[in-house]
Design a protein around this ligand. Sequence first.
Ligand SMILES: NC(=O)c1ccc[n+]([C@@H]2O[C@H](COP(=O)([O-])OP(=O)(O)OC[C@H]3O[C@@H](n4cnc5c(N)ncnc54)[C@H](O)[C@@H]3O)[C@@H](O)[C@H]2O)c1
Length: 375
Amino acid sequence: MILIAGAKGAVASTLAVAAQTLRKAPASVLDSLTTAGRFQGLLQPEAVYTAGWDVMEAPLSAAVAHHGVLPTEIRDCLRAELDQVPLAAPPPAGSPIEDQVRRLLADIETFRTAFPGARPVLVNLLPACESTGLAGCQDPGERAMTRAAAKCPDLAYGLAAVRAGVPVVNFTPNELEIPRVVAEARDRGVPICGRDGKTGQTFFKVVLASAFKARRLRVDGWYSLNILGNADGANLMDPCRAAGKYSNKTQLLDEILEYPVGEAYGVPTHKVHIDYYPPRGDAKEAWDVIDFKGLFGLPMSLRLNLQGRDSILAAPMALDLARWMTALQAAGRSGLVPELGFYFKKAVGPNAPVTFQDQLQALDGLARECSPSEA
Ligand SMILES: NC(=O)c1ccc[n+]([C@@H]2O[C@H](COP(=O)([O-])OP(=O)(O)OC[C@H]3O[C@@H](n4cnc5c(N)ncnc54)[C@H](O)[C@@H]3O)[C@@H](O)[C@H]2O)c1
């Protein structure tokens, strides 16, 4: 059972449609999952249900239509099922964090009753928010936590999930995995993974950067531009909310290449821009111009144009991550899971794999940890 914070957003509502479709026509969804064929003894591919929270009052089927991600022929036949998905209103913003957590714990119990025997996983799909300033803080008091939760409601959802023994997938760029949440997760045997789903431009950046490195071609500069017209794009026009996203999109290139791109110029020449462009809706477009050098330092250049679909790329990854977390919890894993770096722009936890090859290898290692006989 996937419990979704932000259940009526573009990614979340696409995920709800994917879960419904999985039960009716499994192959059409399983074909898009990187975990298809894994965890066969443990997970029934079709038995995926969603529930969750959103501030939006419109029915889920109306939210699906509003985002315009899916054509009518895919969504219309699921209208009745979508509107039966159990959903709750979020706890009042600004109330003491422990009150919010209590309220969310009661909701989780209600969702558990609706699907007895299901193994819940929280998938965080709330909007990008400002930094809470608690990332390095070992033990913030209740007042600091309440102030932080006013900016970043993700914290209340994360704490409630951990206390309910529910694994957490943080698909957002938000700092949910603060030391206090991670410590509680370790104590209670709950795995957590994040941060910031690596769905489109950044996924291809990791693949290409790993290839440049393996081929000993020196990257001299990398210019990346994104246009997107969904609510996430509008939200990211606020520089405070976009700061985490920019940092996650930028840092990883130097980490993969193991040198600062632009060092010859004394300024970073890896540039990332995000622009809200309403005509495109969820159909995101990205351009990359990569300047690189070969033998004798002679310059060459590569251009990449991705015409993607944000939520269509993201939803199966969220589903994959929920499946990993169920399997990892069953295998006794708790705390951060950096080995899931394949799915994230900024994998949290020690020694997260950075190149594409290492990320794939880390997944194989995790699969062996989950089910030695299948790996
Ligand atoms: N689409 C992608 O490819 C992608 C990639 C990486 C990360 N992400 C991240 O995933 C998240 C979701 O993206 P999206 O495009 O679905 O965004 P969205 O804005 O469409 O969805 C967010 C949802 O959260 C709801 N919400 C707001 N505050 C809430 C609260 N306190 N409690 C419950 N619900 C609340 C909103 O009403 C909305 O329905 C964002 O943080 C985005 O940055 C998306």
